[in-house]
Ligand binder design. Structure first.
Ligand SMILES: NC(=O)c1ccc[n+]([C@@H]2O[C@H](COP(=O)([O-])OP(=O)(O)OC[C@H]3O[C@@H](n4cnc5c(N)ncnc54)[C@H](O)[C@@H]3O)[C@@H](O)[C@H]2O)c1
Length: 254
């Protein structure tokens, strides 16, 4: 039974057209949140499908478009959400990108792309909402980082560095805004079966190795991640801030 913790609450979830972000939007809508589901314009049909699915099951969801790495577009999107809803209670910074290259083969532009979306995107959407959260003396921010931000893997130095930055950003922001009634926490997924996650296992043998890495001996699914987000968003987590929680079936233990 999903708790109705989001009644009279509004959430903005970035990168919500598929994968983990989509599952988070579905879960928050099921808890009663009015959800603004963000993604890039090119994901319009997937987002329309999400909105239709949530609406059909009695939830509230609207699509909002922007590239989270574009400061002007982010400000316009957040302004639009605030005009439409009056307030936002929860921000989930989920939009992210991954590519796999050894350090020697990473082009500088590709390095920047990881940081522009994963790190700067998280910063920009957060910054656009900070004044609102501070003014209300309330707000919840959940950043989707990665276990890669704690222990990297070969071929993912740029991605892992961008996620380590998100974990550190989460800690410092938590210190800065705790006394304004705002908590900031990070969820660090392990290997989750999504378009992005499948970069980690391209054949049966690598899938077996990936499963073997987890204490539980299995892949994660988007539905495995959403409970941690909903928890950090809830009143039960009122005294928790600056933390980064691994949701990985037991791969790393710190
Ligand atoms: N799947 C995994 O194994 C895994 C593991 C650890 C962390 N994560 C993190 O979880 C989050 C979700 O990943 P996923 O596996 O669902 O990936 P995914 O590729 O399936 O989904 C990512 C979503 O972000 C959107 N997006 C990308 N760039 C964007 C931008 N500039 N502006 C707005 N939206 C943008 C994409 O269109 C897509 O809908 C990411 O932050 C990712 O780094 C995933």
């Amino acid at each position: 039974m999903i708790p109705r913790r989001g009644e009279n609450h509004t959430a903005l979830v970035t990168g919500a057209s598929r994968g983990i972000g989509r599952a988070i939007a579905e879960r928050l809508a099921a808890e009663g949140y009015r959800v603004f589901a963000n993604d890039l314009e090119r994901q319009a049909s997937e987002l329309a499908d999400l909105v239709a699915e949530i609406t059909k099951s009695g939830g509230r969801c609207e699509a909002v478009y922007c590239d989270v790495s574009n400061p002007r577009s982010v400000e316009d999107m957040v302004h639009g959400c605030l005009v439409a809803a009056g307030s936002i209670d929860l921000l989930v910074n989920n939009a992210g990108v991954l590519s796999v290259h050894p350090v020697a083969e990473i082009e500088p532009d590709e390095w920047d792309r990881m940081f522009d979306v994963n790190t700067k995107g998280t910063f920009l959407v957060t910054k656009a909402l900070l004044g609102h959260f501070r003014g209300r003396k309330a707000g919840r921010i959940v950043n989707i980082a990665s276990i890669g931000g704690k222990r990297g893997g070969p071929g993912q130095s740029h991605y892992c560095a961008s996620k380590a930055a998100v974990i550190n950003f989460t800690q410092v922001l938590a210190m800065e805004i705790a006394r304004d009634g705002v908590t900031v926490n990070a969820v660090c997924p392990g290997i989750i079966d999504t378009d992005m996650g499948r970069n980690n296992y391209r054949n049966e043998e690598s899938l077996r190795q990936v499963k073997e890495k987890t204490a539980m001996g299995r892949l994660g699914y988007p539905a495995d991640v959403v409970g941690a987000v909903a928890f950090f968003a809830s009143d039960d987590a009122a005294f928790i801030t600056g933390q980064s929680l691994n949701v990985d079936g037991g791969i790393i233990f710190h």
